[in-house]
Write a protein that binds this ligand. Structure first.
Ligand SMILES: *[C@@H]1O[C@H](CO)[C@@H](O)[C@H](O)[C@H]1NC(C)=O
Ligand SMILES: *[C@@H]1O[C@H](CO)[C@@H](O)[C@H](O)[C@H]1NC(C)=O
Ligand SMILES: *[C@@H]1O[C@H](CO)[C@@H](O)[C@H](O)[C@H]1NC(C)=O
Ligand SMILES: *[C@@H]1O[C@H](CO)[C@@H](O)[C@H](O)[C@H]1NC(C)=O
Length: 554
C-alpha cells in the first residue's frame, strides 16, 4: 500500500502547473496506422449495445424480436414470450458476457425486447439498462458484475418506466441517479430510481416535459438518441438534430440555447453523427468543450428510402458551452461518415470508427462502409489534426458499436442492417464478429517508454491527494506525464453515453530508482466533473498509455 506518508518523508519534485493535459510529443510517422485483429468470427449475437464493467467483462446485446441468434441458451433454457413478434419460444441468446482477458464469452438470458435501448452504470458498478421495443419499452434491466462462479445474469423489471423509451439517452448524474431522456415521440425525461433522492429536491416520479425535444423533431425525427453530456457546472448539454441547449435538470429550466450548428446536416438518429465531451483538464481552468462529427445532410433519410444514398457529412463542430457567447468552430474530416462511433483514447485524442460514407442509419439505408478509423487530435497542429488508420476486415454499418477497453484497444462489433438476422443473400450480411483495433500507441516500438502502473489505490475521493507507483524502462521528463480517469461508456447507435475523461492535477513526483517512480495527484475536484463510480485510471508518458487500472471514485 502506498501512503502519502512516504512522500512527506522523502524529497520530491513539485511539478509545475504547466504540465500539458495530453502529450503531443510524438512526431507524425506516416506508416503508423494501427492494427486490426479479428477476435471472434461469431459471438452469437450482433453487438448492437456494449458496456464494459469494472471486472473487465463486457455486456453485449442486440434485440429479442428478430429471430434466432447464432448462440444457444445454456442448459436447454428457452424464452417463452407470447408478446414476441417473431418467436414465441426462442432457445437462443440475445445477450452475451464477454471476458476481455480470456477472450471468451457466455450467453446471458434476456426476456424483454432491448431493441434500441439505453443504459448507464450506477456508482456501485451495476449496469442499469432501460427501455427498448414492444414488451421491453417500459423495462428496466439490472446487471451486477460478478466473479468466481460467474452465474450472474439479467434481472428485469418489465413495467418500471413511466414512458415508453425507444431511442432514448441516459446519463449518470452526480447524485447517483440516472436521467433517461427522450425516445421516439417522447418529449420528456425521467429518472432512475424513481424515488426522490434525499440529495435533491427535484420531483422525480413520473416524467417531465422538455419542449426542446418537440422543437427539434422533424419529418424524419432526426433527434433520437439525443447527445447528452454532464457539464462541470452541473447542467446537461443536450444536442438534438442541429440544435443544443444547457438544461438544469433539477429545476427543469433551459439555462442556455446555443447557436444552431452551421452546415446543412443533422447529427442524431437516423442521420447519426456522434459526440464527445473533450477531456476536462484539472491542471488548468476547466474548459468544457463538445466535439460533434459526421451525420447526414438534410433529406438524406428520405433519399435513402427512395434508393439514393447521399454522401454523409464530413464536418465536425466544436463548442465551449460554458463560455459567455459560445459559437461553433467547424472542421473537415478526411472521410465523410454517418454512424461513426466517437471514443476518447487515454491520450485525450478521439477515434472515429465504424459507419458509412453514404446514406443514413435505419434498415438497408447505409452504403459505402468506412472501414478506416480516423484519429483526431483536439490540440494538435491544424495540419495534423486527423490521421486515417488502417482498414478493419468487416464493414460495420447500422447496429454496430465500439468501446475502449483497459489495455487501450478499441473493440468493434456488430452490424445488422436488416430486420432479421440475414447472413446471406443481402448486400451487407448481419455480422456477429468481434474485432479489436490497436491504435498506433500500442506499437512495440514504444515499449521502452510505455509506463506500467505497479500500484494504485482502489478508491479515490474528490480533491484528495493519492499516489500511484509506476515503472517505465526509459523515463523522459515529467513534462510528458499525464494521469487521467475515463468512465466506460454505454455505446449504441453511434453514441457513447456517459463517456468522460478527466485529466487529474499532478502534484508531485518521487523517483525511487531510474525506472520506478511515485506520482502524486489530486482526485477530481467536484462531483459534476467526475460523478461517483468506476473509472479506468491511465498514466500516459510521452503519448504512450499504460494499461488502465480500475478506480472507484467515491
Ligand atoms: C455461427 O457460429 C458458428 C460457431 O458456433 C460460426 O462458425 C459461424 O460462422 C457463425 N455464423 C455466422 C453467420 O456468424
Ligand atoms: C447497486 O444498486 C442497485 C440499486 O439499488 C442494486 O440493485 C444492486 O444490487 C447494487 N449493486 C451492488 C454491487 O451492490
Ligand atoms: C436545422 O434543422 C431544422 C429541422 O430539420 C431545419 O429546418 C433547419 O434548416 C436546420 N438548420 C440548419 C442551419 O441546417
Ligand atoms: C431475411 O431473412 C428473413 C427471415 O429469414 C426473410 O424473410 C427475408 O426475406 C430475408 N431478407 C432478405 C433481404 O433476404
Amino acid at each position: 500500500m502506498l501512503t502519502y506518508f512516504l512522500l512527506v518523508l522523502a524529497p520530491f519534485q513539485i511539478l509545475s502547473s504547466s504540465i500539458p493535459a495530453t502529450c503531443q510529443t510524438l512526431p507524425p510517422y506516416p506508416g503508423r496506422d494501427g492494427e486490426w485483429r479479428l477476435l471472434h468470427e461469431s459471438i452469437g449475437v450482433s453487438a448492437m449495445h456494449m458496456q464494459l464493467l469494472h471486472n473487465d467483462k463486457i455486456v453485449i446485446f442486440d434485440r429479442t424480436d428478430f429471430g434466432p441468434s447464432n448462440l444457444s441458451l445454456p442448459e436447454n433454457k428457452c424464452r417463452h414470450d407470447p408478446h414476441d413478434d417473431v418467436l414465441k419460444i426462442d432457445c437462443t441468446a440475445h445477450s452475451v458476457l464477454y471476458d476481455v482477458w480470456t477472450n471468451t464469452f457466455r450467453p446471458l438470458m434476456i426476456q424483454t425486447d432491448t431493441w434500441c435501448s439505453s443504459g448507464a452504470v450506477l456508482p456501485n458498478g451495476t449496469l442499469v439498462q432501460t427501455g427498448g421495443f414492444n414488451d421491453g419499452d417500459h423495462a428496466v434491466r439490472i446487471f451486477t458484475p460478478c466473479n468466481g462462479g460467474d452465474f450472474c445474469d439479467w434481472i428485469e423489471f418489465d413495467t418500471y418506466l413511466s414512458e415508453r423509451r425507444w431511442y432514448s439517452t441516459n446519463q449518470i448524474l452526480p447524485d447517483g441517479r440516472i436521467i433517461i431522456l427522450g425516445g421516439r415521440r417522447q418529449f420528456n425525461y425521467e429518472f432512475f430510481p424513481k424515488m426522490q433522492n434525499s440529495l435533491t429536491a427535484s420531483p422525480s416520479s413520473g416524467s417531465i416535459w422538455l419542449d426542446f425535444l418537440r422543437e427539434t423533431t422533424d419529418e424524419d425525427e432526426n433527434n433520437l438518441y439525443p447527445f447528452i453530456h454532464l457539464l462541470p457546472d452541473g447542467n446537461l448539454f443536450i444536442f438534438a438534430n442541429n440544435r443544443s441547449i444547457s438544461l438544469n435538470y433539477r429545476k427543469n429550466t433551459v439555462v442556455k440555447r446555443f447557436p444552431t450548428m452551421p452546415v446543412d446536416a443533422h447529427r442524431n438518429y437516423p442521420s447519426s453523427g456522434s459526440s464527445v465531451l473533450l477531456p476536462l483538464d484539472e491542471n488548468k481552468d476547466i474548459v468544457a468543450e463538445i466535439l460533434i462529427c459526421g451525420g447526414a445532410p438534410q433529406g438524406s433519410y428520405e433519399q435513402a428510402k427512395a434508393g439514393n444514398f447521399v454522401r454523409a457529412s464530413s464536418s465536425c463542430g466544436r463548442i465551449k458551452p460554458m463560455e459567455e457567447n459560445p459559437s461553433w468552430v467547424m472542421e473537415e474530416m478526411p472521410i465523410a461518415r454517418a454512424m461513426g462511433d466517437m471514443l476518447l483514447l487515454p491520450t485525450g485524442d478521439v477515434i472515429i470508427v465504424n459507419g458509412v460514407e453514404q446514406g443514413t442509419a435505419g434498415w438497408e439505408f447505409g452504403r459505402s462502409p468506412v472501414t478506416r478509423p480516423v484519429i483526431y487530435r483536439p490540440y494538435g497542429r491544424p495540419d495534423w489534426r486527423f490521421s486515417v488508420m488502417s482498414s478493419a476486415s468487416r464493414p460495420r454499418l447500422y447496429h454496430s458499436s465500439a468501446i475502449l477497453i483497459p489495455d487501450g484497444r478499441i473493440l468493434a462489433g456488430g452490424s445488422n442492417p436488416h430486420v432479421w438476422y440475414n447472413f446471406s443473400n443481402v448486400e451487407y450480411p448481419t455480422d456477429l464478429s468481434l474485432e479489436a483495433f490497436a491504435p498506433p500507441y500500442l506499437s512495440v516500438e514504444f515499449e521502452k517508454i510505455r509506463p506500467q502502473i505497479t500500484a494504485s489505490p482502489e478508491t479515490l475521493r474528490h480533491k484528495q491527494a493519492f499516489s500511484i507507483s509506476f515503472f517505465v524502462p526509459q523515463y523522459l521528463t515529467a513534462d510528458v506525464l499525464s494521469l487521467s480517469i475515463i468512465a466506460p461508456s454505454f455505446t449504441t447507435h453511434s453514441f457513447s453515453m456517459n463517456q468522460r475523461m478527466v485529466v487529474l492535477k499532478l502534484v508531485g513526483l518521487l523517483p525511487l530508482s531510474p525506472d520506478t517512480y511515485i506520482l502524486t495527484a489530486l482526485g477530481p475536484s467536484t462531483v459534476d466533473i467526475a460523478p461517483p463510480g468506476y473509472y479506468l485510471l491511465f498514466l500516459v508518458h510521452a503519448g504512450i498509455p499504460s494499461v488502465g487500472s480500475w478506480v472507484l471514485i467515491q
